[in-house]
Design a binder for this molecule. Structure first.
Ligand code: PLP
Length: 421
């Protein structure tokens, strides 16, 4: 054997030993993170479907509508026009300008070009914002129940999640609750309104007070506006991008095209933050995704420029979600053991199942399990949202599915006496 061959042989033997003892060790930050419970519920439904079952999936937080046709056409045009290359990391000028004009027209917001950065969906917007602000050991306030990803981002940043209980105020965060939770270690508050999983909406005046309380104590606010337009009358869409300039210094809006425009697979979103924060976001993103897909940015820009057509499409979807909500919530409240407040936004019903807990069910996960195994209805249990005694039902699905699910659940759990008469 030549020296070279000996080297190769000993390398291969070393490598094989390594592979056998599985030397890969995941980073501490990622090891600390939990998997997404919403994706786990969706996977359980997919497995059952693969086994040939007819599953009614109320677990997914994804619009059942297709992307509006005109947006698809704009994407095709973008390809034809040659939007197939890198764009600036912050996004095409046309993309950012279209968002500025859209927010000015719809929310009377005054946003500068250096305050916007395009991202690959709302999730990356949130990651970018948190990772550019947080240091190890910082405290981050997160109202409960929370969207599953928020505490995991905080963990990734080696910071600490500090939860605010909001049940007393029917899951609508108040400025008083925030004021009471802030300490010298608090760096950031993460809010989501309209909320996943509760569907609750923080009124604009309260939102302003919350930001005022934070700004006065030097605490930043990351507001996830993923469900921006899904606020049902009398609630109305509100963006913190329209707050007074001095408050906006402390705010980062995480926006997304996924839900409001039925574009989950396109992976596009954006942040609106002060110029320094945006500069840091762009720097970070220049070393990760670089930017969202170029012709997708073009399509979104064209859609935002045609504000009337875009808002019309959103209105049609919102009206349908509202119609489903109005039917579903009273129906859920007829089921024995279920109690559900009327959500003002998003497309989720958050059902309190405390009455059912005891001998048969220890937690909402057991109720979800029974629904899946006995009725092939997939819902998400509350544990991942920090609310073990609740189930989340998504009504981003057909009326037929909702009707079948309600009928099956009435059959399994029975109906309350008043509903039975
Ligand atoms: N924020 C909330 C509250 C969500 O529910 C979701 C998706 O479920 C996201 C952000 C992520 O959205 P995107 O598809 O834009 O990454």
């Amino acid at each position: 054997m030549s020296n070279f061959e000996t080297d190769v042989a000993s390398f291969l033997s070393l490598w094989q030993n390594h592979a056998m003892t599985n030397l890969f060790s995941v980073s501490e930050n990622v090891a600390e993170m939990k998997g997404s419970s919403t994706l786990i519920a969706a996977q359980a439904a997919a497995d059952l479907r693969a086994a040939g079952r007819d599953v009614i999936d109320l677990s997914v937080g994804e619009p059942d509508f297709d992307t509006p046709e005109f947006i698809k056409h704009h994407a095709c045009d973008g390809l034809e026009l040659g939007y197939t290359k890198y764009t600036p990391t912050a996004g095409l000028t046309q993309f950012r300008k279209s968002i500025i004009d859209f927010y000015a027209a719809r929310f009377d917001a005054d946003i500068a070009m250096d305050q916007i950065a395009a991202s690959c969906g709302g999730k990356q917007a949130l990651f970018n914002a948190a990772c550019t602000l947080l240091n190890p050991g910082d405290d981050v306030l997160i109202p409960k129940p929370f969207w599953v990803t928020f505490p995991e981002i905080v963990t990734f940043c080696s910071s600490n999640s500090v939860f605010i209980e909001t049940e007393e105020t029917d899951f609508v965060l108040t400025a008083d609750q925030v004021a009471a939770a802030i300490t010298g270690k608090t760096k950031l508050l993460i809010i989501n309104s309209p909320n996943n999983p509760t569907g609750r909406v923080i009124p604009p005046e309260e939102m302003q007070k919350i930001v005022e309380v934070c700004a006065a104590r030097g605490v930043y606010v990351l507001t996830d506006e993923c469900y921006l337009f899904f606020a049902y009358p009398p609630a109305a869409p509100f963006s913190s991008a329209s707050l007074p300039r001095e408050l906006r210094e402390f705010v980062c809006v995480a926006g997304s095209f996924s839900k409001t425009y039925a574009m989950t697979g396109w992976r596009i979103g954006y942040t609106i933050a002060n110029a320094e924060w945006t500069k840091a976001i762009v720097k970070l993103q220049s070393h990760s995704a670089t930017h969202p897909t170029s012709f997708v940015q073009y399509a979104c820009a064209k859609a935002m420029e045609d504000i009337e057509q875009t808002l019309d499409a959103v209105k049609t979807m919102t009206a349908e979600y509202e119609r489903r909500r109005n039917w579903l919530i009273p129906q859920l409240n007829q089921i024995a053991g279920f109690s559900c407040a009327m959500p003002e936004g998003a497309f989720y019903a958050f059902v309190d199942v405390r009455e059912m807990l005891g001998d048969e069910f220890a937690a909402s996960a057991d109720v979800a399990d029974k629904l899946l195994t006995e009725a092939h209805i997939a819902v998400t249990d509350g544990e991942g949202f920090g609310a073990d005694e609740f189930l989340r039902f998504s009504y981003a699905t057909s009326t037929e599915n909702l009707e079948r699910a309600v009928a099956a659940m009435k059959e399994i759990f029975g109906v309350k006496p008043a509903a039975a008469t």
